[in-house]
Design a binder for this molecule. Sequence first.
Ligand SMILES: Nc1ncnc2c1ncn2[C@@H]1O[C@H](COP(=O)(O)OP(=O)(O)OP(=O)(O)O)[C@@H](O)[C@H]1O
Ligand SMILES: [Mg+2]
Length: 409
Amino acid sequence: MSINSNALSTYKLLKATAEVAEQSLEGRIQHYRAHLKSEDKELRTYTQKAAADLLGVNNRTLKRRHDQGDFDHLHIQKGANGHYAYTLSNIFAMAEILGINADHRDHSDKLQVIVINSLKGGCGKTTSLVNLAAALATTNIKRYRIGIIDLDPQGSSSSFFPSSEHDPITVGDLMRDCIELEENETWEQLVADSFQKTHIPNIRILPSGMDDFYFEHETATELKESSSYEQTRHYHKLKERVIEPVKDEFDIILIDTAPSLNFMFYNALMASTAMLIPVHPEAVDFDANNKYLKRLGEIYHTVAALGHEGWDFMQFLVTNYVKGNHSQRDIVKDVRTAFGRQVMSYPINHSSAITASSSSFNTIFDQKTSDSLASRESLLRAQENIKDVVDELEMLIRSNWASTQSSLD
Ligand SMILES: Nc1ncnc2c1ncn2[C@@H]1O[C@H](COP(=O)(O)OP(=O)(O)OP(=O)(O)O)[C@@H](O)[C@H]1O
Ligand SMILES: [Mg+2]
């Protein structure tokens, strides 16, 4: 097959552009690292009062336990002011010493697999997901075991939780079955190891990579060559190959998706126990969202026919909401009128702290206040806002865990 000469020029142009893009990307990564001051992300630290608040104990109790030497082996660092500067790992270890149990789901409670999706690009899927995950992980002492699966080959949520490995195994690698097991290694071990530790002690991430795009192409080819669903199980790969092997290691798994209704998305649906749909309250976004919802029903029908067991909840989440903007307020009213209790009570407000943190791939919870490019007030306001959203999300999650229900229920 001969290639048209104009097509060849276009191809050469794209190759040259790819090289420039790669250099630019490398330059930007260096820039972020310089901004973060170290290659490893440094988690914010807590004062003694903040640590006591998080642990739910009296500040004096903490001091007494320090005096008794109960925490000596944790080697807690002190800040420049001579006071203790606790990391979240320190606080979690102190909780164990103080006998404060982690609040994990019971074996019989269902693992929560929450997918965040909308066909509208840029509506706040990734920003919402990473900040909600960080809030769930860091603003209470429950020590939920949280997994994030980045099902968007663009890798945006992976960038918030950078891997220490140069070339980590991605979710696409596992779904595409392109990793060979080492001797004596089981598939379960491989998948568990692929969920990498992050700078937040109770969050692990299964990152994405650009090659994950090949999953779409390969699945289409596979489908041409096979005659029955049982041969390929191409919508069950995420659930069966990735989630089931590690299901006992997590309480909550959050899945970020690309703005696309592709094979990856069908896999996310098949694995999901709940769905969050971000809605950016602008007229064109709301209209696009309504068109997406018409299509989602059809797609879900396919997944249901192949055995999906239904969602525990499906909620709309208003994102990037500019308070005081009249047209946005009218749209939020329309969203609430249309979808009623399916809409989360609090929107995620537009916040300069979120913009600033995101520009260096930080959530508003894991960053040191001094590293934030936004004002302290704006950071605290955004944290309070996300905590309100997370309180409701946590209630929705826990209502599916029989073991956590009060005996009065
Ligand atoms: N609450 C917020 N406050 C300030 N900026 C926000 C907020 N939510 C999202 N943004 C900004 O909006 C832009 C798009 O957000 P984000 O990347 O989360 O969208 P997305 O839906 O994941 O996009 P994509 O479809 O490309 O995956 C980003 O620049 C992000 O920083
Ligand atoms: Mg995204």
